[in-house]
Design a binder for this molecule. Structure first.
Ligand SMILES: [Zn+2]
Length: 85
């Protein structure tokens, strides 16, 4: 596996009254069996087990550097992407 798409935690699970968890881990890695652009908008299972919607325009190797990226997904993908960083 050499490619990850970016998934966003589904907005319908966010709550304005309880923003803490969703805001701190909004972005997840999704193992891409097809080019991420083809997965755009699809609901997939992230590497950490979260249900997310794929944003095909984003690249995980860039998003994972953000604080808002899922810590578990970062850990899971760290080995696979270490050569790219
Ligand atoms: Zn995750």
């Amino acid at each position: 596996m050499d490619s990850y798409a970016v998934g966003c935690a589904r907005p319908d699970r966010w709550s304005r009254s309880k923003p803490e968890d969703s805001v701190s881990s909004s972005w997840h890695a999704v193992e891409a069996h097809r080019p991420p652009a083809e997965l755009d908008g699809e609901v997939e299972l992230a590497s950490c087990g979260a249900i997310v919607q794929v944003w095909g325009a984003h690249r995980w190797d860039r998003v994972r550097a953000r604080e808002t990226a899922c810590a578990e997904c970062k850990r899971i993908t760290a080995g696979q992407l270490s050569r790219a960083s």
